[in-house]
Design a protein around this ligand. Sequence first.
Ligand code: SF4
Length: 276
Amino acid sequence: MLQEMGVAVWWPAADAVPIANQQLPAPQEAPSSQPPEAIASRAQTAISAAPLIGALPSDERHGRIARMHWPDLQQAVHQCQDCGLCAQRKNTVFGTGPTSVAGSTGAPTPVDWLVVGEAPGEQEDLRGIPFVGPAGQLLDNMLKAVRLRGAGEPALGRQQGIYITNVIKCRPPGNRNPQAAEIAQCLPYLARQISLLQPRLILALGRFAADALLMGSQPGVSQMPLGKLRGQVYAYQGIPVVVSYHPAYLLRNPPDKAKAWADLCLAVQVYQEKTG
Ligand code: SF4
């Protein structure tokens, strides 16, 4: 599969990159096997009554989001009008992943990895699902090649251990870059998703995902080229973060697929070190 993608295959050396002490959640129940459309449909419809928060002062709005459980968080994003991107969207794009639900928070579980991209494109906006179209297919194919625990284990994917979302939940018109004010308004939703999902590892794909996740811990991150950010392990709230190229970039720059595969291998190595 990887050869067909033009990716040279190798595995990382045994001397892994050490990262600081992080507390990881215990293993959780097995996921279901629903297709992505069913998961997105469920995300759009299985929502409870959540308070409108757009009129609240910024600090109060952030605090309210930070206390939401999963269904209310889905509802808040679904009806959010807190930046100008709501005007032209067809759907909000909350995220997709395993549909089994854990405990009182109602969050999907288990989540081995959280994949964070930039913002929905045209297809994502139409379908309400992140990473569909050619870039999504490339991401799915690369993740399918990953085995976290051994050769006999099922491949990673949207129904198996991975939750996929974006920094921004509504499509910027014409796929322009999201603006700083839009990111600031939307970031509390991602922060709460991470808090509820407690992924064992975060894969940040592209410039805006890296900035959003690392700006609190890496001074000057927004000035660093992505090529200099990748290849290292960072942390977000104690969760290891690996930075890589966005699949849409890889479609335009196929030679960098090999670097993206090396980043996935690093992510596997870090995950295995943390989970034993
Ligand atoms: S991009 Fe985020 S903050 Fe802006 S309207 Fe959509 S959900 Fe709300």
